[in-house]
Design a protein around this ligand. Structure first.
Ligand code: GAR
Length: 223
């Protein structure tokens, strides 16, 4: 690759295992990217500590008065911070708030999310628990582009996790998280290789696309 590493901004509210996996993959040359900024809406979130341990700039930014989304001014502040850091791709890694149109317009088709279930099953909170309670025999994780819906954007990568009879929510979530780390690397490498070939909602990111140059009727590219 003859371009400089892709500049990633990572948003998260939790312990930061996905951030750690992404940052370590960048450092070890498994991703042609660099995490340049981590932002959390939770002041003592583990993700901030995990970033700082790796000498990555990490900031708590107040989310405002809502519980499930950023207040408008906060959203603008997040966009400004990401832009000031020249972020090219925004990576949501356990960020527990919905991003609105204003944010998404600032990074068109450049915001990725990770969801701990096989979408469109079990969108929303504690998806591993929803899956267990429902009684499915397989679940997994999904990396998708973020659109204005909740966990509705076009899917880039999914990985499957079988549900065991003796699973608890915690044991199932742990195995899903092992797959999440792999799924994010796969999805990020696919978008960096880009442009991704789209057929409607379908992203052709697998071996069949033979890389960025794959031909196909109705090819649309969105980078
Ligand atoms: C991950 O399991 C991720 O799938 C989930 O939060 C966890 C964050 O873990 N995200 C969602 O539920 C989003 N709806 P981490 O902080 O260790 O990366």
């Amino acid at each position: 690759m003859d371009r400089p590493p892709f500049r990633l901004g990572v948003l998260g509210s939790g312990k930061g295992s996905n951030l750690a996996a992404i940052a370590d993959a960048c450092a070890e040359g498994r991703l042609p990217a660099r995490v340049v900024l981590v932002i959390s809406d939770v002041p003592d979130a583990g993700i901030l500590a995990r970033a700082r341990e790796r000498a990555i700039r990490a900031e708590y930014m107040a989310p405002g008065r809502y519980r499930t989304k950023l207040e408008e001014e906060a959203e603008l502040a997040y966009v400004d911070a990401l832009r000031a850091a020249d972020v090219e791709w925004v990576v949501l890694a356990g960020f527990m708030r919905i991003l609105k149109a204003g944010f998404l317009r600032a990074f068109p088709r450049r915001v990725l999310n990770l969801h701990p279930a096989l979408l469109p099953s079990f969108p929303g909170l504690e998806a591993w628990k929803q899956a267990l309670d429902y009684g499915v025999k397989v679940t997994g994780c999904t990396v998708h582009l973020v659109d204005e819906g909740i966990d509705t954007g076009p899917i880039l990568v999914q990985r499957v996790v079988p549900v065991r009879d003796d699973d608890t929510p915690a044991s199932l979530h742990e195995r899903i998280q092992e797959q999440e780390r792999l799924a994010y690397l796969e999805a990020l490498n696919a978008v960096f290789r880009g442009p991704i070939e789209w057929k409607g909602r379908r992203a052709l990111v697998g071996e069949n696309t033979a890389g960025a140059g794959a031909a196909g009727a109705g090819k649309q590219t969105h980078g």
